[in-house]
Ligand binder design. Structure first.
Ligand SMILES: Nc1ncnc2c1ncn2[C@@H]1O[C@H](COP(=O)(O)OP(=O)(O)OP(=O)(O)O)[C@@H](O)[C@H]1O
Length: 260
């Protein structure tokens, strides 16, 4: 089976600024990864590259078995689900939820192609599976932040992607909406045909156990990659953030961290 991602000495430079520096990172099939890094570490740049929105300045990158330079980027985009609050800004307030979900089939913002009854049924089913059945005919503008995220996840799943990117999916959610969304994500991860998941979050408590691997990114450099349980220790995170860090267990499997 192909790797999901294979970064081989990838760097990204803008002007004189090195945004990502010599990244070598492999994500194998069936692995789910979380990326941790402070503001400006380069997480969004990394995600944009995976999504084909920008190219490495040097090094070689393979996404879902296709090497950049040899693959069709529009085709790649249909294999990747993308959920981010930044995407919300691109939607039009008047768009109706079913159309937003359907647009995922074409990896576009509006619907520019014909869709079938089956597509419509799939969109409905995806929203129902996420608990959003009541949202189908609502305009996007009236949805709560949590509901908007559900719609974006349903949209991202329309093409049955091989990789689902969740860029700070809990941004702006209240305590309970966040737990609900995390439960939905857990549910997706546990389904037999789940895509590989890639999560970016600033908060370790959002890194569910299904995210079995972690990448620590600091100032454009990969500081560490490894198993979730190994990396989420006080010692590792103190060394990563370069400040004393306390790690507090939440329940059996999750942890919160804060500066000491
Ligand atoms: N096109 C560009 N030209 C110059 N600098 C850029 C460009 N794009 C990003 N940067 C810079 O690269 C750094 C990394 O940006 P990026 O958005 O990838 O960080 P991030 O880890 O996603 O941050 P945050 O957590 O705040 O979203 C930032 O300092 C940003 O200002």
């Amino acid at each position: 089976m192909n790797d999901i991602l294979n970064f081989d000495h990838v760097s990204v430079q803008r002007g004189k600024r090195q945004i990502l520096n010599d990244i070598s990172w492999r994500v194998k099939a069936k692995e789910n990864w979380a990326i941790l890094g402070l503001n400006g570490a380069g997480k969004t740049t990394l995600l944009k590259m995976i999504h084909g929105d920008l190219w490495p300045t040097s090094g070689s990158l393979e996404v879902l078995g296709g090497k950049f330079g040899h693959i069709s980027i529009p085709e790649l985009k249909t294999k990747i689900g993308w959920v981010s609050t930044a995407l919300q800004d691109e939607l039009h307030p008047g768009d109706i939820v079913d159309e937003i979900v359907l647009s995922g089939k074409f990896a576009s913002i509006g619907i520019y192609q014909d869709y079938s009854k089956d597509d419509m049924e799939q969109a409905r089913q995806l929203l129902c599976n996420l608990g959003g059945e009541k949202l189908l005919s609502k305009p996007y503008a009236v949805l709560s932040q949590g509901e908007r995220q559900l719609v974006l996840i349903a949209r991202a799943l329309m093409t049955k992607p091989q990789l689902l990117i969740l860029d700070e999916p809990c941004n702006g959610l209240d305590l309970f909406a966040r737990e609900e969304l995390l439960e939905r994500i857990q549910h997706i991860a546990e389904s037999p045909d789940s895509p590989a998941l890639l999560l970016v979050s600033h908060y370790t408590e959002e890194i569910l156990p299904v995210f079995d691997h972690i990448l620590l990114l600091r100032a454009g450099n990969v500081v560490a990659t490894g198993q979730r349980n190994d990396l989420l220790s006080e010692e590792n995170l103190t060394s990563f953030y370069q400040k004393p860090i306390a790690v507090q267990k939440i329940g059996a499997t999750r942890v919160a961290v804060y500066p000491k």
